[in-house]
Design a protein around this ligand. Structure first.
Ligand code: NAP
Length: 370
């Protein structure tokens, strides 16, 4: 079912790595079988979007491309095979795109073409462009319906607040993957970044006892206060990272034995020993979700205590659906206790990318409002 879409719309187009974006007026995509066209309300900006688009982080993708990642959007038109989604509906437009005839071939919208020829083909030929645009074409199954009346009217979230989902969903995917249970103790490391801070909030909402590790005493204190204020009755323990394997292990020991660890280390910190320290405090049968980049985690504990080390890229579709239910049930704080979004227009993309590199941590998100 098609609605009246403008023939052209504005989008941030990158011709080549390092060239910077240009606001261009381009043809508006049309809905076909299997797709929806969404009007983007709020598009998330990663802390490392600038690194990707300027080449310091070597993620491959076809060019030219419209930048972006996930978005909060309103359905503008749907293909003839849509049976549940309809124009006007509020959705989370997800960035993880899977081949329908081979779901193991997947890629991340506008930032990474995936790991095999199939995902590269799918990105290059069909779902190339991201959400830094007025309109975007999204697979139907990537549009996760949001109950607008509940989330926006009753719970008071704005579209920009809801964009925080793109950060929360990643650690949720990892924590669900290692089956974190209410009451268990989980270490989040490092906890002071965007995804780490979100991981703390998610683990608290999942009913876990949370140990947050990080280098910055100031950010750890803010994180602790943030959780206390937003979720009365919840508390987070913090451990300051020194970079010394034994000292960090000793600092964690009083909280052990620990059930689970989630790691979200950026590639440039891959030599840090904090994950090894965390693994040393795990109980027999403990689990680790490895969502970041740490080079050396092998310790005799892994073998001797039957530790599971599990890699995880993003999350599954079912995780998104479940997570939205948690949000709709009111398990997360409201207003600024949930997130404080910094908003930029398409023309302000350069500032948005710059600010996103710095404005990170629990309760912070940077978005583009096209
Ligand atoms: N597996 C997945 O699906 C998935 C999805 C999304 C992201 N990720 C990964 O998650 C990483 C984190 O992203 P982000 O946006 O949260 O980044 P971020 O906001 O920049 O946070 C980076 C974190 O790393 C810490 N850090 C930096 N250098 C360190 C060092 N030498 N030793 C210990 N800690 C250090 C920072 O602490 P300070 O504040 O002390 O600097 C901060 O807590 C990304 O780089 C990405 O690759 C994985």
């Amino acid at each position: 079912m098609a609605s009246s879409l403008p023939s052209r719309h504005r989008a941030l187009v990158l011709e080549k790595i390092g060239a910077g974006f240009e606001v261009k007026t381009v043809p508006t995509p049309q809905a076909e079988a299997g797709s929806a066209i969404v009007r983007v309300l709020s598009a998330g900006v990663l802390s490392y979007h600038r690194e990707i688009y300027y080449g310091q982080r070597h993620y491959d993708f076809p060019k030219p491309i419209v930048g972006g990642i996930s978005a909060i959007a309103r359905i503008a038109a749907v293909g003839p095979d849509a049976v549940a989604l309809h124009p006007g509906q509020l959705v989370f437009a997800d960035c993880v795109i899977r081949a329908r005839d081979d779901p193991d071939s997947l890629f991340l919208t506008a930032i990474h073409e995936g790991m095999n020829e199939r995902s590269k083909k799918l990105m290059r030929d069909v779902w190339r462009d991201g959400t830094f645009a007025e309109y975007a074409k999204v697979p139907l199954e990537n549009c996760i319906a949001l109950d607008e009346a509940r989330l926006c009217k009753e719970l008071g979230y704005t579209a920009h607040d809801l964009m925080y989902l793109y950060l929360l969903l990643v650690p949720y995917g990892g924590l669900r993957d290692i089956r974190l249970e209410p009451g268990e103790t989980v270490i989040v490391c490092p906890a002071t970044g965007g995804f780490g801070g979100a991981g703390v909030q998610v683990a608290v909402a999942m009913g876990a006892r949370v140990i947050a590790m990080g280098r910055s005493e100031k950010e750890l204190a803010r994180l602790q206060q943030y959780v206390k204020k937003g979720t009365p009755g919840a508390s987070v323990e913090t451990v300051r990272l020194t970079g010394d394997l034994d000292a960090d292990t000793s600092a964690l020991q009083p909280f052990g034995p620990v059930d689970a660890v989630i790691d979200l280390t950026p590639p440039f910190a891959s030599k840090s020993t904090h994950l090894k320290s965390a693994i040393r405090t795990l109980r027999r049968g403990g689990r680790v979700s490895m969502m970041g980049f740490v080079e050396d985690v092998i310790h005799w504990n892994v073998m001797a205590l039957n530790i599971t080390l599990k890699g995880k890229l993003m999350y599954e579709r079912e995780d998104m659906v479940l997570f939205v239910k948690m949000l709709e049930r009111g398990l997360f704080p409201k207003g600024k206790d949930f997130v404080d979004a910094k908003t930029f227009k398409l023309e302000e993309w350069e500032e948005a990318l710059e600010v996103a590199a710095e404005y990170a941590g629990i309760g912070k998100v940077v978005v583009i409002e096209p």
